[in-house]
Design a protein around this ligand. Structure first.
Ligand code: MN
Length: 256
């Protein structure tokens, strides 16, 4: 039996009580989620705002997300468990992220998604408010090859404060995302999803970098050669096989 699974060596002393009915937390997952929060800040994807969640490996109808807090300050004790309706299983009196519905509604619609990043990373914003679609300019952002649709909150809420505050708004965003890896949010930010925490983080980082490079290429003028869908598909296979290299580097920067 691996040490982590041995009841005699559980780490319950550092994991807050989640109540009788909540599934036991996965310490490794929570550790990765804390690291992911810090990486996203270190890599310039989130600032004081934005968040990342992970679906519970023990119950696909639950996910983990920090209490309302700047991502770089998140520790394991700040992470709460949520239902897919984005209600905290045991809120412990903590303030919650207003936009948690982004996460729950994407998990409902996308069984393949195990982690969700929401950010306001700046280079992406122009592509959500102009007629220029975000497209992959290099192999690292090949996951954009299937498209990056733009969510228009006016269609569901008219004149709003731009925040995804309800399940209805979150559902509309999840519908816009459909089967893609990334959706932009007009005048707000974006979401990136993944089958793992490192993959969602990778997509958040390279969505921002692609946006920066695409804008630079557009400023050069003339037609731009983007990755063809077939190139993007092949590059994605290669990138997925090499994800851990970037993750380990990013992790080292925020844990040492
Ligand atoms: Mn937001």
């Amino acid at each position: 039996m691996p040490a982590a699974d041995n009841p005699a060596t559980t780490v319950t002393s550092v994991v807050p009580d989640r109540g009788d009915k909540a599934p036991a937390p996965n310490p490794e997952l929570l550790d990765d989620l804390v690291v992911a929060n810090r990486i996203l800040f270190d890599q310039g994807v989130v600032d004081g705002f934005g968040h990342i969640s992970a679906r519970s490996p023990k119950d696909p109808n639950r996910y983990f997300l920090a209490r309302s807090l700047a991502p770089a300050l998140v520790t394991e004790a700040d992470i709460l468990e949520f239902t897919l309706d984005s209600e905290a299983v045991d809120p412990r009196g903590r303030a919650l992220y207003t936009e948690r519905f982004i996460h729950g509604e994407i998990y409902k619609r996308r069984p393949d998604v195990k982690a969700v990043v929401h950010s306001h990373s700046p280079s992406v914003i122009p592509f959500g408010i102009s007629i220029v679609p975000l497209r992959p300019v290099y192999h690292m952002s090949s996951f954009l090859g299937t498209g990056a649709p733009v969510f228009e909150i006016r269609k569901v809420s008219g004149m709003s404060d731009m925040l995804v505050r309800t399940g209805e708004q979150g559902r509309a965003l999840a519908e816009t995302l459909a089967d893609k890896s990334v959706a932009l949010m007009r005048g707000h930010g974006s979401v990136a999803v993944g089958e793992t925490i490192p993959q969602a983080v990778y997509r958040g980082v390279y969505t921002e970098l692609n946006a920066r490079l695409q804008a630079e290429a557009l400023r050069l003028g003339g037609p731009i050669t983007y990755l063809e869908p077939e190139e993007a598909e092949k590059a994605t296979v290669a990138n997925n096989a090499a994800l851990s290299r970037a993750w380990e580097l990013w992790k080292k920067r925020v844990t040492e």
